[in-house]
Each structure stands twice: as C-alpha cells, then as structure tokens.
Design a protein around this ligand. Structure first.
Ligand code: HEM
Length: 155
C-alpha cells in the first residue's frame, strides 16, 4: 500500500467533530494553566474551533483554515512576538496529549506517533517564530502531515 491509499490522519482521528472535541477540552485546560494560561487571557472564544480547522487541514481534511481563515500567514501572525519559552511549549504539548486521551482520540501507536510528530514539529516552529526579532517566512503552505514510517494497522 502507498501513503495515498491509507485513510488520512483526519479521517482516522474521527474528522472535524473529534478535532473540535480535542481543542475544546484542550483550551479548557489551557485557560486555567499557571504557565500558559496568561498567554491566552484574551483568546477569541472561537479559538478552539479555529485551531481544530487548522489541524483538520494539516491532517488531510478540508482546507477550511486556508479558505476561510487566512491560512498560514494568519496563523503565523498570532504567534509573532509571543516569546514562547521551552517550558511553555512543553506544557502546551503535555496538555494537548492529555486532551487527546480525554477526548477519545484513537490511541493506536501509529496514529499517536504521527499526531505527536506533527505537534512536536509545529510547537517548535511556533516557539522559534514567536521569539523577538524572528523573521519567519511570511508565506508558506499549510503542512500536510502523513503517517510517516509507521502506516495504520488495519488487521
Ligand atoms: C502545533 C502547534 C501549534 C498550532 C497548530 C497552533 C495553532 C494556532 C492557530 C491556528 C492560531 C490562530 C487561530 C485563529 O485563526 O484565530 C493560534 C494562535 C495562538 N497560539 Fe498557537 N499553535 C501552536 C502552538 C502554540 C504554542 C506552543 C503556543 C504557546 C505556548 C501557542 C500560543 C498561541 C496564542 C497565544 C495564540 C493567540 C490566541 C488568541 O489570543 O486568540 N501556540 N495558534
């Protein structure tokens, strides 16, 4: 089987409904967190839904973040100047992992490896782009994440 014939990570995750469950649970945790809560003090109430749209697009679902929300440049703009620290990045990853469990995202090794691979990559880029004086590319495609070296097990 080739990568193209596997289900997308988006479908495997359970689609938009599952990703919205994930981000709702995640930001409930984020806003009361001592380390990263303050960064989100003025968060748009729709923020969880927007991040779910972004994740959907990255994981092979509909391109709604690009079509309706301004794509990569818009997402980048939200991180510029935030000076995210490594402990804050790590907390973001940790709370998202807890939220994935609580929202009932698939917990098979292959899905979670691909999911966390993107999250590790994306958060490191967000941290780098958020530093004072950072000059990230102003335009870039939304990444499309796949299964990598461990394809889905469909026994
Ligand atoms: C894979 C990693 C990440 C993804 C996919 C992501 C995604 C996004 C997206 C799509 C937005 C814009 C939402 C909109 O359209 O309004 C956003 C905003 C934001 N992100 Fe991230 N982000 C990531 C990592 C992080 C990290 C590590 C932090 C800090 C610890 C962070 C802090 C923020 C903040 C503070 C905003 C603005 C929220 C507001 O005031 O509305 N992000 N993020």
């Amino acid at each position: 089987m080739t990568e193209e014939s596997y289900p997308t990570l988006y479908d495997w995750a359970g689609g938009t409904k599952a990703l919205e469950r994930l981000t709702e649970r995640f930001y409930e945790k984020v806003v009361v967190d001592d380390l990263i809560g303050p960064l989100f003090a003025h968060m748009d109430p729709e923020h969880p839904r927007y991040v779910a749209m972004w994740l959907a697009e990255v994981f092979g679902g509909p391109s709604r973040y690009t079509d309706e929300r301004g794509g990569y440049p818009h997402m980048l703009a939200h991180h510029l100047g935030k000076a995210i620290t490594e402990p804050q990045r790590r907390r973001w990853v940790s709370l998202l992992t807890d939220a994935a469990d609580e929202a009932g995202l698939p917990d098979d090794p292959e899905f979670r490896a691909a999911f966390i691979g993107y999250i590790e990559w994306g958060t490191r880029i967000a941290r780098a782009n958020s530093q004072p004086g950072a000059t990230p590319p102003p335009e870039a495609p939304v990444p499309h994440w796949g299964w990598g070296v461990a394809p889905p097990y469909q026994g």
